[in-house]
Ligand binder design. Structure first.
Ligand code: G4P
Length: 544
């Protein structure tokens, strides 16, 4: 009898493992990132159209925050509210399940974007061919490089008079500090744009401005010397294309998928999201080469996605500012095993077991109750204050996922309590808001001074408003002229000595790490030179 049970148990275990593996191999979880206006929303929408997740163009409101509203944060919050449903978009295409994680384009929410990048396995970076590499693109790429995230570059808007494609890819290499490999190449540009040549399969995709349907004008050629090329794109364009491709093949060599998967080489595609041109090719190549959900490092060990036991981490918390629905939504990235509704999981930081009755999945423009989820999936959990960013859930094991970095803020202000009778409320409020990732909190002893660091002015308005409305506490902010927050590692005695000397610039972050707030880059450089035994870091990622 015992033998039969053992066989059944083994068989069940085997089936579960096979099932887990096939679910993982089906999934691709990625983010589309860009400087605002490069075309992220348009591209996302075209992907969703291909996947049948939406039926018409214009359906994705996304996290795009309208320019006119930049000074009105309540308006922005309203738009963010709408965007919760589109924070993750899931669709199926050619048997694959694709999870697109949306990232806010607005600069003031850059920290949100950085955190979202910790929850994806790869990235598509959209570049505007007229503007080239812009400031925010560089910063986003820095984050990708830190984590060796595989990146595909999509150069958008080739229907417009853009920059020379060779200039663009040179700029990509220089400013983004990554090797690139053109996979397609534009034939002329702007009003004279004829189409793209797909280097990897030697076919030509002829351009036809078409905003809704899929262009079918694909011409295969055996060889670039084929005279049909001159016929279809004109002699001058054909000659130029032959020269360009010869140069590309000479300079760039073969595309190596391993280099891409290790985050060392970025394949580059050209197209026009608005015209639905080059999008299908991009999507299909992406599905072919992009990594499926990968293993992740935890505080104890590397966790593989096909391990039988569930684990995942919270990478984003969205608070609802509407006083009638004061719920928070925590976004959980599943890293291993199977997440199940109503099953008890272990909240590692709080040492408590929790189950979730209404977890949900995001389907283009709606939320749906979810029964189970696998590695790569993102689950929405209603939260009443149990979670902070970086929290880990497991099936019992005690480990924390690594790699939710804090970046040095750009704007620093001191939080001044305006109502001493409400100090407790203020403490609680600022603690919880910073747990959500609205801003970073640094405390200074003695005196319990609180400095708030953000990447944008908007967050100060958000904090002030929410402290008043949710916690009944009043505050104001006083600007502090700090240039960078630097985490310190190295020789313990040297750090103690340095902190004594620089007392008024030393604070502690939320995890009690020592942080040096340097007033200027000159002061920081001097500190670096004078303290060779201390390493100064502008992100907290060194800890992981
Ligand atoms: P974002 O999410 O990265 O901020 O950019 P989004 O997709 O909203 O695109 C920004 C603008 O660029 C939009 O125009 C969009 O229509 C346009 N665009 C996107 N792809 C292409 C393309 O391939 N070619 C051309 N010519 N334009 C493109 P808008 O006028 O700002 O907004 P809308 O009124 O069209 O929505």
């Amino acid at each position: 009898m015992a033998f039969i049970f053992l066989v059944i148990a083994k068989h069940k275990y085997y089936l579960r493992t096979v099932n887990l593996k096939s679910e993982i191999l089906k999934r691709k979880t990625f983010a589309i990132i860009s400087h605002p206006d490069a075309g992220k929303t348009t591209l996302t929408e075209k992907f969703l159209l291909f996947g049948g997740a939406i039926q018409t163009a214009g359906a994705v409101k996304s996290n795009k925050i309208k320019k006119a509203a930049t000074s009105d944060f309540m308006e922005i919050e309203k738009q963010r509210g709408i965007s919760v449903a589109t924070s993750v978009m899931t669709f199926e295409y050619n048997g694959k399940l694709v999870n697109i994680l949306d990232t806010p384009g607005h600069k003031d929410f850059a920290e949100d974007t950085y955190r979202t990048l910790t929850a994806v396995d790869s990235v598509i970076l959209v570049i505007d061919c007229v503007k080239g590499v812009e400031e925010q693109t560089e910063r986003l790429m820095e984050v990708c490089r830190m984590r060796q995230t595989p990146v595909i570059v999509f150069i958008n808007k080739v229907d417009r008079d853009g920059r020379d494609p060779f200039d663009l890819i040179d700029e990509l290499e220089q400013k983004l500090n990554i090797k690139v490999r053109p996979m397609s190449w534009p034939i002329n540009g702007g009003r004279e744009f004829k189409g793209v040549y797909k280097i990897y399969d030697k076919s030509i995709n002829l351009f036809e401005a078409n905003k809704t349907k899929i262009s079918k004008d694909m011409v295969s050629i055996d060889d670039l010397s084929d005279p049909i090329l001159d016929e279809i794109v004109g002699e001058k364009n054909a000659t130029q294309l032959r020269q360009d491709v010869e140069l590309i093949e000479g300079v760039y060599g073969d595309f190596k998928v391993e280099e891409y998967l290790e985050g060392r080489e970025a394949p580059v595609f050209f197209g026009s999201a608005l015209n639905n041109f080059g999008i299908k090719e991009l999507l299909e190549k992406f599905l072919e080469i992009a990594p499926f959900p990968q293993g992740r490092q935890s505080s104890e060990r590397k966790v593989e996605p096909d391990e039988n036991k569930f684990s995942g981490f919270i990478f984003k918390i969205h608070a609802n500012l509407d006083p009638r629905h004061r719920d928070r939504i925590a976004f959980l990235r599943v890293c291993s095993g199977e997440f199940e509704r109503n099953k008890f999981f272990h909240h590692v930081r709080l040492h408590k077991n929790m189950k979730f009755a209404s977890p949900f999945t995001f389907m283009a423009d709606s939320k749906e109750l979810l029964e189970n989820a696998f590695a790569g999936d993102v689950v929405g959990l209603y939260d009443t204050g149990n979670f902070k960013i970086g929290d880990t859930l497991t099936e019992g094991e005690d480990f924390m996922y690594k790699g939710i970095p804090s970046f040095s803020p750009e704007i620093f202000k001191e939080l001044i309590n305006l109502d001493p009778m409400k100090s407790k409320q203020l403490e609680k409020g600022i603690e919880q808001l910073t747990d959500e990732g609205v801003a970073q909190l640094y405390r200074q002893e003695p005196g319990n001074r609180k400095f708030i660091g953000t990447v944008g002015e908007l967050q100060f308005e958000v904090i002030q408003y929410r402290l008043e409305n949710e916690y009944n506490a009043k505050c104001r902010f006083e600007a502090r002229n700090f240039h960078k927050a630097c985490w310190m590692t190295g020789d313990a005695d040297a750090i103690v000595e340095f902190c004594k000397f620089r007392q008024k610039n030393i604070v502690k972050d939320k995890d009690d790490n020592l942080v040096f707030l340097a007033e200027t880059s000159w002061i920081l450089n001097t500190a670096i030179q004078q303290n060779p035994k201390i390493e100064f870091h502008t992100t907290s990622e060194f800890k992981v």
